[in-house]
Design a protein around this ligand. Sequence first.
Ligand code: SF4
Ligand code: SF4
Length: 82
Amino acid sequence: MTPYPLPTIDHGRCTGCRRCVEICPTQALAQIGEKAQLLHPELCTYCVACQDVCPENAIALPFLVVFGSNQTALPSLRTEND
Ligand code: SF4
Ligand code: SF4
């Protein structure tokens, strides 16, 4: 299973031009019928090439927001004389 969120393809927008299928460096995408499909999600490296090349804006790559683990509150520097 890929550690990344996966691209989603809006089949209502996809015209089946195959550009994403041809540019995908890992062959994660395939054309099935008239639409592009993420046939092998385990091969996707989340390179975003498919999203960039799609003329119909049919491909979306949701970004995973990861917050750092160092967001603890700083200790107060106030003293009794403050
Ligand atoms: S590039 Fe866009 S329109 Fe073309 S096949 Fe891929 S998803 Fe469909
Ligand atoms: S993000 Fe990259 S590896 Fe994943 S399907 Fe799109 S072109 Fe292929």
